[in-house]
Design a protein around this ligand. Sequence first.
Ligand code: TEU
Ligand code: CA
Length: 560
Amino acid sequence: MEKNWWKESVVYQIYPRSFKDSNGDGIGDLPGILSKLDYLKTLGIDVVWLSPVYQSPNDDNGYDISNYREIMDDFGTLEDWEKLLQGMHERGIRLVMDLVVNHTSDEHAYFVESRKSKDNPYRDYYIWRPPLNGGQPTDWTSAFSGSAWAYDEHTGEYYLHLFSKKQPDLNWENPKVRNSVFEMMKFWLDKGVDGFRMDVINMISKTEFLSPYDDFAKGTAKNKAYHPNGPRVHDYLQEMNRKVLSKYDIMTVGECPGVTPEITQRYTDTDRKELNMVFQFEHMGLDQQEGKEKWDLKPLNLFDLKENLSKWQKALHEKGWNSLYWNNHDQPRVVSRFGNDGEYRVESAKMLGTLLHMMQGTPYIYQGEEIGMTNVRFPAIDDYRDIETLNMYQERVHEQGANPEDVMQSIYAKSRDNARTPMQWDESKQAGFTSGMPWLAVNPNYQTINVKQALADKQSIFYYYKQLIALRKKYAIIVYGDYDLILPEHPHVFAYQRTLNGQLLLVLCNFYENKETITLPELPKHDTEQLLISNYPDETSEITETLELKPYEARVYLFS
Ligand code: TEU
Ligand code: CA
């Protein structure tokens, strides 16, 4: 397999609004991040993915960009950004920027022009349609509730917005749009950035999305959702690769809701020259109750997870590359979701980290995951800030008459603000995040869960993650080895092996709080066996055919 630095790297995602505030306005900022680079260096990560820091009216916290070449005032200046990049590079950390080009803000100059008149030169930069029978052009819904179409009085037409009304979708069919995006990418790459995380990049081609338009006119359309992976998406990405990406030594990861392994091969197969890897969402959907509202969850069935992750491991081996993640700024905290955020918070967080970091792919750590931050339950909807959460509450409670308490349960399980509460640095007021009032309240458990505590405790989740990262650097088998699921029938233990050049890595993870006895399949002939890591400190290297695993226990053995 071809070797690449981005296959051997571990990425740390920073959500700047919630990371560290330097000036007391309650909003995290670039100088705040700069002040914490040594912390990231201690953890040992290789790359930072920075969620958007560009100028934005913040309808969706920076995912609505009004100027792609300026830094958001709340976050600092371009000079602060240059210093941050330099600070990272001095420490051997690469910087990946967020690229949000499926849509802009409605306050972006292009859209301000576009809505002025039907013959404005920028009209065709966005997707406008006349009303149909006096109403919206199709029945599609936005990811943030309500219609995906907004009526604009001024010209009497609708524009498409797959997300909020303030995030109109760009028209990628227009070559001027594509070239403008490519020029903007070069602007940042020439400043030295090391790659892009591309927001919903598999939604940029809309032809198929718009083609049922006629069916809708005839009253025969039935799909309420948009269709990702449209017909020209691969042309656009290949053009982007040819004109921009291929000219730099960078990494790319495309956020791609609604992809299967087969589709992902098309995005990430090196011969096709598109992207290095994508974020897929299948494992994030396994606890969704079918036929229910989007945030009504059920307990995870471990068989589903085994089957799903194994399928991805197999499918992209040699034919693409996986990204590995449990968390990001849109997902609830994994220790609360698939682990146990009570009695076994530390053990289960380490177990989940082990399961993920020993797989093939590039692991992503979301800020706070390395100290086991948990979901939050704020008492009232007014305590929440996320547009998706607020719109969903409005729609369910005020428009559909749902019971507010039921809706709050869904919000506790799945709200994006679970991931966005401020980073917990220490036990002082506001968790050391800000000297002022934070834009979103801190999780009340900050007095026990915080970075200062983690750094002072040799058994903390933080040092365990540091070890996981270090192992990936030391053993090629973790990066390049083949993957095979073992003990597929075991209901409570997720076990797998990796193999490379006669070595075997054995990964055992007890997913539950009961003790489990397992019988290992026959082990290969080997000279040495070694326990590389375990979340119970007293384990020894000795391995027997029958093993007992403690609650949430994880162990990794290397046989050579
Ligand atoms: O998210 C895309 C996306 O698919 C979301 O709809 C996500 O699945 C949902 O929020 C989960 O609850 C990206 C960004 O990561 C997100 O923060 C942005 O709001 C969105 O695009 C629009 O830019
Ligand atoms: Ca600030």
